[in-house]
Design a protein around this ligand. Structure first.
Ligand code: SAH
Length: 244
């Protein structure tokens, strides 16, 4: 079982869908299920729909935020039935699975699925490096949640049979936590320097998130950026003091 791939379900309303997703995962040799604030779980409907995959439900991790669900991940793919304007690059399941499988199994990756009614919010997709859109009927393209899990896990299963592309990074990839620290630092710097007006933030932070999600910096690159921000902040303070 590829233990480094986790399936994340965000605020699922119907416990039956959680069970069906667990069954879909087990048929495709995946077993790490993370549930962000499920409406009802555990539940008899979940166990019934999981059929022989109740072991996945028993081991499922229940967390209260998407950040917790993505802890330690170096690559995150969200899934969306909708095409979105601003946000991560949208790929087909096959193309995105190729990217996920290129990550070495010592590192963690996640595929995130949204709520039955409204999918994922923009804030949530901005935590993803890519969005997976399953090509479907343009007039009726929203799959049942567990059916979408089945399509993606099937692609993961197929891709596992193709040899993995070794990572060429000499520094380990930045994790979700590393990036959140960088974003907080960037936001504070943007605010202090007047670039970001808290009363009218526009899309600055979303655009920066999208930029870095495309670039996928490694840990040492994040450290360079943070060092640079610190130095600039320090100089600015020195400069301000000099004016007094
Ligand atoms: N109205 C919602 C549909 C949610 S369907 C929306 O517009 O996003 C529930 C979840 O199933 C989605 O959040 C996504 O994770 C997955 N899903 C359904 N259809 C999909 C598709 N065509 N491509 C990718 N994911 C899909």
């Amino acid at each position: 079982m590829p233990r480094h791939i986790r399936i994340v379900l965000v605020e699922t309303s119907h416990p039956g869908n959680i069970g069906a997703a667990a069954r879909a995962m087990k048929t495709m040799c995946l077993d790490r299920l993370v549930l962000v604030n499920p409406l009802e779980f555990p539940h008899t409907d979940a166990s019934a729909r999981a059929s022989g995959a109740t072991d996945i439900l028993e081991r499922a991790q229940v967390v209260t935020s998407l950040d917790d669900a993505l802890a330690g991940c170096v690559l995150v793919a969200g899934t969306s039935a909708r095409q979105r304007n601003l946000g991560p690059t949208a790929l087909t399941p096959r193309a995105c699975v190729r990217k996920l499988m290129a990550v070495s199994p010592e590192q963690e990756v996640a595929v995130v699925f949204g709520r039955e009614r409204i999918g994922l919010t923009n804030e949530e997709t901005d935590r993803c490096h890519y969005l997976i859109h399953i090509p479907a009927n343009p007039e009726y393209g929203s799959l049942n949640l567990a059916a979408a899990v089945q399509v993606i896990t099937y692609e993961l299963m197929l891709a596992k049979q193709i040899s993995q592309i070794p990572s060429t990074y000499d520094s380990p990839s930045a994790t979700t936590e590393d990036m959140e620290i960088l974003y907080a630092h960037l936001e504070a710097t943007a605010r202090n320097s007047g670039v970001l007006d808290p009363a009218n933030p526009k899309h600055l932070m979303r655009r920066l998130r999208n930029l870095f999600n495309r670039a996928r910096p490694d840990k040492s690159e994040v450290n360079i950026l943070r060092g640079l921000l610190n130095a600039l902040q320090h100089n600015r303070h020195g400069h301000d003091r000099g004016k007094d």
